[in-house]
Design a protein around this ligand. Structure first.
Ligand SMILES: Cc1cc2nc3c(=O)[nH]c(=O)nc-3n(C[C@H](O)[C@H](O)[C@H](O)COP(=O)(O)O)c2cc1C
Length: 335
C-alpha cells in the first residue's frame, strides 16, 4: 500500500494530498475536489464519530477463523465492504484517470476482492454511462446510483440499469441540493414519499436509498418500498455541520434492520472501523476516498489490495472481539 499511496500522491497532485490519515482536515472546503463542503465539519464528523467508539477485547472463545462472507440481494460476497459510488474524475481528482478508467478500476477491483462496486451519476451523462457500461461487462455485478433527477429521467435511467442486469439500483437522494446539476441543465431536487413510491414501484430491481441520516427518513424509505438504505452524509460533501454517519447509525438500524438492508459510509478507513459500523447495526459498509487513492495508485489491483487489506483487518478484529461470523457482531463489541 505504501507504493500505491506514493504513486497516487503524484497523480492526484493539487486535488488530494494523500494524508497519512484521510480525515478531511487539510482538504476542508475543497468541493469540487476530494474534501468536505464548507468548513469540512461534516467530513470530520464522520471520522470523529467512529473514533469515539472503542472496542472490547475478548480472546477466551472459539472464534478462530472468522467468516466475513455475506449474502446481499441474492449475491454471495466475500466481504461486507463495497466500493462507494464516486464520479467526477476530471474536476474532483484532476483527471489523471478518465471516468472510464476509474469506473473500470472500481468495478474490476471490487470483483477481484470478491465484492461489488457501486457506480454514480453526475451532471455530465458520461458519469452514469461509464459506470453502467463497466457493470454491463460483468453481467451487472454491482449497483448503479442515480441522482434525484426529474421523474421521467429517473425512469429512463432505471430501465438502463435493468437492461444491464445490475444486482440492485439506488438513488443518492442527498444529491438534492446540487446546484451544479441545475446549472448544467439537469435539475435535481428532494423527493416526496409519493414520488419515491412511484420510482421504486417502477423497477423490478431492489432499490437502495442513499443519504439517510434520520430515523424518520429511514421509515419513509421502508414505507416507499425500498430494499435498503445507505446511512450517509455523502462523505460530508453536500451540507456543512451534519453529524457523522456513525453517530446516527445505531438509532436508525434499531428501527429498520431486518426490514431493510442497512449500508453505511463515511470515514471508514480500516477493518476496525468496519467492525464498529457493523456493531452499530450496519449490514455492510461502503468505502469512498481510500479507494480513489488505491485506484490512482494501482488501478483495479490497488482497489482489490485496499479492500483485501481492510477485510484482513476486519477478520483480525473479529478474532480479538470474539465474533465468528458477521451475525455475531453486535453492540457488545463496543465499549
Ligand atoms: C470525489 C467524490 C465523488 C463522489 N461522487 C458521488 C456520486 O457520484 N454519487 C454518490 O452517491 N456519492 C458520491 N460520493 C460520495 C460517496 O459515495 C460516499 O458517500 C463517501 O465518499 C463516503 O465517505 P468516505 O469518502 O469518507 O469513505 C462522492 C464522494 C467523493 C469523495
Amino acid at each position: 500500500m505504501k507504493t500505491v499511496r506514493q504513486t497516487a500522491k503524484e497523480k492526484l497532485k493539487g486535488y488530494c494530498r494523500v494524508c497519512p490519515v484521510c480525515d478531511g482536515k487539510a482538504c476542508a472546503g475543497e468541493v469540487p475536489g476530494m474534501g468536505g463542503i464548507g468548513t469540512g465539519a461534516s467530513f470530520r464528523s464522520n471520522i470523529e464519530a467512529l473514533k469515539a467508539f472503542r472496542l472490547n477485547m475478548r480472546t477466551l472463545h472459539g472464534a478462530k477463523n472468522p467468516d466475513t462472507t455475506i449474502e446481499l440481494f441474492g449475491q454471495q460476497l466475500s466481504t461486507p465492504i463495497l466500493g462507494a459510488p464516486i464520479t467526477g474524475n476530471p474536476y474532483n481528482m484532476g483527471g489523471a484517470l478518465t471516468e472510464v478508467e476509474w469506473s473500470e478500476a472500481a468495478v474490476q477491483g471490487c470483483l477481484q476482492a470478491g465484492t461489488f462496486a457501486c457506480t454514480g451519476d453526475g451532471a455530465d451523462p458520461a458519469m452514469y454511462d461509464s459506470g453502467l457500461a463497466e457493470l454491463k461487462k460483468v453481467q451487472g455485478k454491482g449497483i448503479p446510483f442515480i441522482k434525484p433527477r426529474g421523474q421521467e429521467d429517473i425512469l429512463k435511467y432505471l430501465r438502463r440499469a435493468e437492461e444491464a442486469g445490475t444486482a440492485a439500483v439506488g438513488m443518492d437522494v442527498d444529491g438534492a441540493g446540487l446546484i451544479t446539476m441545475a446549472l448544467k441543465g439537469q435539475p435535481v431536487g428532494p423527493k416526496t414519499k409519493e414520488e419515491m413510491k412511484e420510482i421504486i414501484a417502477a423497477t423490478s430491481l431492489p432499490f437502495i436509498v442513499k443519504g439517510i441520516m434520520t430515523v424518520e427518513e429511514a421509515v419513509i424509505a421502508a414505507e416507499a418500498g425500498a430494499a435498503g438504505i445507505v446511512v450517509s452524509n455523502h462523505g460530508g460533501r453536500v451540507l456543512d455541520h451534519t453529524p457523522g454517519a456513525a453517530e446516527v447509525l445505531a438509532e436508525i438500524a434499531a428501527v429498520v434492520k431486518g426490514r431493510l438492508t442497512v449500508f453505511v459510509d463515511g470515514g471508514v478507513r480500516s477493518g476496525t472501523d468496519v467492525l464498529k459500523m457493523l456493531a452499530l447495526g450496519a449490514d455492510a459498509v461502503l468505502i469512498g476516498r481510500p479507494l480513489v487513492i488505491a485506484a490512482y495508485g494501482a488501478g483495479a489491483e490497488g482497489i482489490a489490495l485496499a479492500i483485501n487489506t481492510m477485510t484482513n483487518e476486519l477478520k483480525q478484529a473479529m478474532i480479538l472481539t470474539g465474533c465468528a461470523s458477521l451475525e455475531d457482531i453486535n453492540m457488545d463489541v463496543l465499549l
